[in-house]
Design a binder for this molecule. Sequence first.
Ligand code: ATP
Ligand code: MG
Length: 163
Amino acid sequence: MTSTAQELHPAPTLEPGRTILELRGLEKRYPGTHALKPVDLAFKAAEIHAIVGENGAGKSTLIKLLTGVMPRTSGEVIWEGKPEALATPHEAMALGINAVHQEVVLCRHLTVAANMFLGEENSRFGLLQQRAMVKDAQKIIDGLGFDLRPMSCSATSPSASSS
Ligand SMILES: Nc1ncnc2c1ncn2[C@@H]1O[C@H](COP(=O)(O)OP(=O)(O)OP(=O)(O)O)[C@@H](O)[C@H]1O
Ligand SMILES: [Mg+2]
């Protein structure tokens, strides 16, 4: 895995009560739709939040803005006291903002290791560090006790197809 994200943005200190993420008037409009009305929210360390709302309330839109999938129309996102653009998914991931999706979509033509590091590939001077990624993948797989081979294709791997 590329170490740059962690080096640039060390994990926030998790003293309870400390504000990690703050949304100020975060809003999204599409032509003809006000997808997310301005949201003001503060997320403090060691807190767990649940966002509940009717269909079309803007829950997915909020997550898309926070994960850099979609640009906001207006508002601010303050991470660790600093305004962040969150213009791309990479920017969000580098800060440590990740979405864990209910339905995981695998690229079935790629290997198990390639799927595991999708979007977070280990590269040096623009070249993928395949051997390092396979080694790291094997370590994670062994740690989890799965019967998977990092270089097998995820479409053919027996354990990868069972949910
Ligand atoms: N790309 C888009 N272009 C135009 N309108 C959109 C787009 N994405 C979402 N919307 C609209 O924005 C509003 C909020 O959608 P969103 O998907 O965020 O709601 P949600 O709370 O996640 O709903 P659900 O509970 O159905 O998942 C809806 O009216 C939706 O139709
Ligand atoms: Mg949704």
